[in-house]
Design a binder for this molecule. Structure first.
Ligand SMILES: Cc1cc2nc3c(=O)[nH]c(=O)nc-3n(C[C@H](O)[C@H](O)[C@H](O)COP(=O)(O)O)c2cc1C
Length: 236
């Protein structure tokens, strides 16, 4: 047994390392099962994307203006208690401030989302199962003047919240450069880049950023350099 134990430990470590190498969750996961400490220990990761098709310098052509669009929730959120500014809102504001971009928040038209975490996860799961297209407040600005649009949201069950798909289907963005970002509790970018590219085949989708929601909420000053270096890498 003494000889087998180190072998078993080594195998467990190997399996753990293999799991850490994955940049996004393979499947929607009940976040209650996400290890509480895991998200905040992770460094916010700019992920390598298969859909990156343009060099970063082309992300912002001279003279263009940039918009940051986001969806975010307050109330009770995973591992941060009850918050009055959403995790994704914090990151969206950080990006907009750093590059002097405009900011627009997608708001539900009929805000039926519960303010308690467990109930919210149930509603969101139901929406995902039904392929729901929740309506958003119809105050989207004229987007024709923006060449580059950041689009961010919390990961909900391993995907964009369904309200984002309503937005994608209603909002033509042909020819623009789109830059996805997520906040999450361990799932990373969760394929935001791929689903954005699928929704907008006529757009360039560049390198995305995944930020642990706990880092955004609790350690924004620690997060700032990571956001800044991602923006620099993108050519801002
Ligand atoms: C309905 C729901 C589903 C979630 N699903 C996931 C998930 O699949 N993977 C994950 O890492 N985090 C998940 N989370 C955690 C959120 O992505 C995370 O707390 C995020 O930072 C919340 O951002 P917000 O405050 O901007 O809404 C989920 C949270 C909610 C409310």
């Amino acid at each position: 047994m003494k000889k087998i134990l180190p072998l078993l430990l080594g195998l467990v470590m190997l399996l753990s390392l293999a799991a850490c190498g994955s940049t996004s969750a393979a499947a929607p996961q009940p976040v209650q099962e996400t290890p509480a400490e895991a998200p905040s220990q992770e460094q916010p990761a700019a992920e390598s994307l298969p859909v990156e098709t343009e060099s970063p310098a082309q992300a912002e052509p001279a003279g263009s203006s940039v918009l940051v669009i986001y969806f975010s929730r307050t109330g009770e959120q995973y591992n941060v208690g009850v918050i009055d500014k959403g995790n994704t809102a914090i990151v969206a504001e950080m990006i907009a401030e750093a590059i002097e971009a405009d900011l627009y928040e997608i708001l539900p038209a009929d805000d039926h989302y519960p303010m308690t975490y467990k109930e919210l996860t149930d509603v969101a799961l139901q929406e995902q199962r039904e392929g729901a297209r929740p309506a958003y407040v119809d105050s989207v600005p004229d987007l024709s003047g923006y060449d580059t649009i950041f689009i961010g949201a919390p990961v909900w069950w391993g995907d964009w919240p369904m309200i984002l798909y309503t937005f994608f289907e209603n909002t033509p963005l042909s020819g623009k450069t789109l830059i996805p970002f997520s906040t999450h509790a361990g799932s990373g970018l969760s394929g935001f880049d791929r689903s954005l590219a699928a929704a907008y085949p006529e757009c360039t989708v560049t390198k995305g950023l995944a930020v642990a929601g706990t880092d955004a909420q609790n350690n924004p000053e620690r997060l700032q350099p990571f956001v800044d270096s991602w923006l620099t890498e993108l050519g801002f």
